[in-house]
Structures are given as structure tokens and as C-alpha cells.
Ligand binder design. Structure first.
Ligand SMILES: Nc1ncnc2c1ncn2[C@@H]1O[C@H](COP(=O)(O)OP(=O)(O)OP(=O)(O)O)[C@@H](O)[C@H]1O
Ligand SMILES: [Mg+2]
Length: 291
């Protein structure tokens, strides 16, 4: 296995829900949105690989496919040598997925009870699980709060618990979807330090992360990919990306603007959530989309 993550023409199309009128006027027409299109990436062991792009560019969809949470429409990908479509169980055993969506925890249970539950899903029980949970709680600095209910945690503490959960099965690859969203600058800095020093430094794990925070990508990532409208438009180290620009002393924000045609702030928060018509298959307004 040469690469820890390798994708080949990976594509995801979502069917759009039809409105009532559309359903009667065009019963056989298929409206689709291409969220991720022909993505080819090769990521080595121990790399911190960042993916940057405006809202709706396809970052979460790409991560979800690599974590086997959704199936690709076309193309293939291997994670830790396993095919995400054919060997999804093996992929899941060898990865951790950390998001900033804390709804996936049980708020009325304590942090420890939550971890115990998720440990059982990874086939860790009794003493083994307790040992691992204690280890992780102290790793993320939550040993004193582990027995408090999840609902009593601050956003930063919830995020630490999400990191602890993502590490339960000691994964070789960690996927992080906006891991520092909603964290204050100090807590976000702690997470970055933790990723750099512990996860990739001491443990040599591979990290694939999406972020909207340019300094985070600059500080953490060995290589960065820019994604726009589902397509990877640039990949390289920070220096490589900057050197491709015809501008003195460019920043990552300039790289982002160059490849996406959007100012970073505007790109991160578009005025509307609908995709451009250009990307709709079968035409028509994307009525009935749910967000
Ligand atoms: N389940 C779904 N059904 C239909 N369309 C979807 C679905 N999930 C995502 N999409 C669409 O796919 C596109 C990519 O969405 P995705 O969530 O991957 O973007 P993102 O880059 O993670 O954006 P953000 O920065 O806002 O998190 C968007 O246009 C979105 O509306
Ligand atoms: Mg997202």
C-alpha cells in the first residue's frame, strides 16, 4: 500500500426532491446535484492533509464518502488499502471521524457513559474499555469532567469529547470536518497543538481535515487542496500553492480567491445556499431541497 488514502475519479451526485408540480409535469425527469466530481487524491501516511473551499463546495460530502457514511455515485477510493465501497467494515475499523456536530452524542448521559457506549460499538467492553476511556479523557484534558452530563459541557469541552470518541479505536487515519468550528481562539489553538504534537507527531497517524480557518490550514497542513463546486482545483504545499500565483508575497487567502474566484470571507458565507444552475442535471430549480 503506497498511499493511505487514494481516490480515483470519486464522484457523488444527490437526487433532488421534486416539488409537487414538477412531479406531475415532468414525472420521469431526474434532477441531480453533483456535490463532488472526479476527485483524484493521493495522501501518504503521517500527512496532515487539509481541504479548503467555500460553503457547499463538497468538503463534507467527500469526507463522508471516505468514511463510508455515504456511497459514491462513481469512482473508487481506498483508505488504509481497503475499498470504501467493497470493504466498508474494514475501512470503518481503521478510521476515526470527528465533526463539530455534537448532536451525535447523548446529552443526558455523562461524557464517560457516552464514550462507553461508543466503545461498545467498536467491540471494547469492561476493563479494556474503561482503561482506554481513562486514557483518552486525560489525553483531551477532560479527566475531571468525564462524569458530568454531556449537556453541561461548553462547546470546547464537547469538541474534546468528539476528539476522544474519534480516537477510541486507535485509528490509523483521522477524518476531521471543521474540528475547531465554534471553539474560542484558545480552545482552537489547543486542538491544533494536540493534532500536530500528539496525533500526527507522537502517533504518526494520517489526518484529513476540512476547515474554514485559513491560519489553521497554514499552521497545520503539510498539503492543502482547494475544492470549488465539487472539483479539486489545486493541490500542494502552502509554498507550492503560493508560488503558482503571479503576485508578490501572496497569502493563502489570495490562493483561495485565485482558484475559487471568491473572497475568502464571502466564499465562506455565501448569500444563498442553492447550487448554481450550471451544476444541475436535468435543469429546473432545485425545489424542495432540505437544509
Ligand atoms: N443529502 C443531500 N441531499 C442533497 N444535496 C446535498 C446533500 N448533502 C449535501 N448536498 C449538497 O452537496 C453540496 C456539497 O455539500 P457539502 O455539505 O459537502 O459542502 P461543504 O463544502 O461541506 O460546505 P460547508 O462549508 O458549508 O460545510 C451542496 O450543494 C449541498 O447542498
Ligand atoms: Mg461541510
Amino acid at each position: 500500500m503506497k498511499y493511505t488514502i487514494e481516490t480515483h475519479e470519486l464522484t457523488k451526485k444527490f437526487a433532488l426532491q421534486k416539488g409537487f408540480t414538477d412531479f406531475f409535469l415532468h414525472p420521469f425527469r431526474k434532477d441531480e446535484i453533483t456535490a463532488v466530481e472526479d476527485v483524484n487524491l493521493k495522501i501518504k501516511k503521517g500527512e496532515i492533509f487539509g481541504i479548503l473551499g467555500p460553503n457547499g463546495a463538497g468538503k463534507t460530502t467527500l469526507i463522508k464518502m471516505l468514511c463510508t457514511l455515504i456511497l459514491p455515485s462513481e469512482g473508487t477510493a481506498h483508505v488504509n488499502g481497503y475499498d470504501i465501497s467493497k470493504d466498508s467494515g474494514k475501512v470503518r475499523e481503521s478510521i476515526g471521524f470527528i465533526t463539530s456536530d455534537e448532536r451525535s452524542f447523548y446529552w443526558r448521559l455523562t461524557g464517560r457513559h457516552n464514550l462507553r457506549f461508543f466503545a461498545a460499538l467498536h467491540n471494547y467492553y469492561s476493563d479494556d474499555a474503561e482503561e482506554r476511556i481513562d486514557e483518552l479523557l486525560s489525553l483531551v484534558g477532560m479527566e475531571d469532567r468525564g462524569d458530568d452530563r454531556f449537556l453541561s459541557y461548553s462547546a470546547g469541552m464537547k469538541q474534546r469529547m468528539a476528539i476522544a470518541r474519534g480516537l477510541l479505536n486507535d485509528p490509523a487515519v483521522l477524518f476531521m470536518d471543521e474540528p475547531t468550528r465554534a471553539l474560542d481562539p484558545g480552545a482552537a489553538q489547543n486542538v491544533r497543538k494536540f493534532v500536530k504534537e500528539h496525533i500526527t507527531g507522537d502517533e504518526g497517524k494520517t489526518v484529513f481535515l476540512s476547515t474554514h480557518h485559513l491560519p489553521e490550514a497554514e499552521e497545520l497542513c503539510d498539503r492543502i487542496a482547494i475544492i470549488n463546486e465539487g472539483r479539486i482545483v489545486a493541490v500542494g504545499t502552502l509554498e507550492e500553492l503560493k508560488s503558482a500565483l503571479d503576485k508578490p508575497d501572496p497569502g493563502l487567502g489570495d490562493v483561495f480567491t485565485h482558484y475559487t474566484g471568491k473572497e475568502f470571507e464571502k466564499g465562506a458565507a455565501p448569500k444563498h445556499v442553492y447550487p448554481g444552475r450550471r451544476r444541475m442535471m436535468g435543469g429546473g430549480r432545485p425545489r424542495g431541497m432540505r437544509f
